[in-house]
Ligand binder design. Structure first.
Ligand code: A3D
Length: 320
């Protein structure tokens, strides 16, 4: 059987880490793409030289030509620019929207059968725009945010309860950003609801609220510490778990920005919800019962996503 092909559009911090993880796990051969000349080629060469040390045979190449992504099974998109001081949200939206247009056309022409995972921010709008520009079926394009946000939530809960992260199942819904909805009612430690464990361990509600708040601001905390750039190790690991779910037909239920057509009362938007990923891409969206408070928090998040889409339509009339 031929090796799988993983194309990474954007060879920056996340792109490089994705390439390393994909090669280490031998998910397939890896193509790093970027508009910056030399960067994907240099990273590919460096990463290829990990092979003899780490014992992997994945072939890693770098390119500035979309033709080289032809036949990719999975594409992970991180192309774009981060928000810089003085740049408004709309400025960033305008720049990354143009990037999504180029990337969408590149995918449409060269790898229309791929499963595409978008990471570029603002995530919920960019994944929607990428779908519009590429014309791929909705089930073949998904946004990565929920796996990362849930991992952050799980990390903080494990630290609080002094338990292994492996036993924590934490749940985050909604858009990526301050409006995300960490759902305590579906978060457990080896099946024990977090609320029950908190009572046993004497952790009060205000402490749980602090953990929820830290999760919401998890990306910003890292940006503040790094001084330049944003998180990349955990975002890359999260996207790789989604790629593995697709390539291995694992039928994993993962929180991700999936296209909704009626689920959760939403039509035509990408919103962070639990979805099953298997060989068919996003095979189904799982609609869970939410409390009134969780529902209204999710609605705030959905409204924020809607606002972003309206801004996109104002910038690029072909999306209206
Ligand atoms: P960075 O290291 O700046 O890499 C971005 C790469 O994109 C650079 O190498 C650029 O040269 C390249 N690029 C720019 N324009 C184009 C283009 N038109 N075509 C192809 N490549 C291009 O950033 P990063 O890797 O740290 O982050 C990438 C994106 O992920 C950013 O938008 C971040 O905001 C976003 N991000 C999202 C999450 C989520 O959880 C959703 C988490 C962390 C980062």
């Amino acid at each position: 059987m031929a090796r799988k092909k993983i194309a990474l559009i954007g060879s920056g911090n996340i792109g490089g880490t994705l390439a390393h993880l994909a090669a280490q796990k031998e998910l397939g051969d890896v193509v790093l793409f970027d508009i910056a000349e030399g960067v994907p080629q240099g990273k590919a060469l460096d990463l290829s030289q990990c092979g003899p040390v780490q014992g992997f045979d994945s072939k890693i190449t770098g390119t500035n030509d979309y033709a080289d992504i032809a036949g990719a099974d999975v594409i992970i998109v991180t192309a774009g620019v981060p928000r810089k001081p003085g740049m408004s949200r709309d400025d960033l939206l305008g720049i990354n929207l143009k990037v999504m247009k180029q990337v969408g056309e590149g995918i449409k022409q060269n790898a229309p059968d791929a499963f595409v995972i978008c990471i570029t921010n603002p995530l919920d709008a960019m994944v929607w725009a990428l779908r519009e520009f590429s014309g791929l079926p909705h089930n073949k394009i998904v946004g990565m945010a929920g796996v990362l946000d849930s991992a952050r939530f799980a990390t903080f809960l494990a630290w609080e309860f002094e338990t292994s992260v492996r036993d924590v199942n934490a749940f985050v819904l909604g858009g990526h950003g301050d409006t995300m909805v960490p759902v305590l009612s579906y978060s457990t430690v080896n099946g024990i609801p977090v609320g029950d464990l908190a009572k046993i361990k004497g952790v009060d509600q205000s402490r749980l609220d602090e953990i929820v708040d830290r999760t919401r601001k998890g990306g910003g905390e890292i940006v503040g510490l790094l001084g330049t750039g944003s998180a990349f190790y955990a975002p890359a690991a999260s996207a790789i778990s989604m790629a593995e779910a697709y390539l291995g037909d694992q039928k994993r239920v993962l929180p991700c920005a999936a296209h909704l057509s009626g689920e959760y009362g939403v039509d035509g938007l990408y919103v962070g919800v639990p979805a099953m990923i298997g060989a068919g891409g996003i095979e189904s969206v799982v609609e869970i019962e939410l409390s009134d408070e969780e529902k209204s928090n999710l609605q705030v998040s959905i409204d924020a996503v809607k606002e972003l889409l309206e801004a996109c339509k104002g910038i690029d009339s072909s999306l209206a």
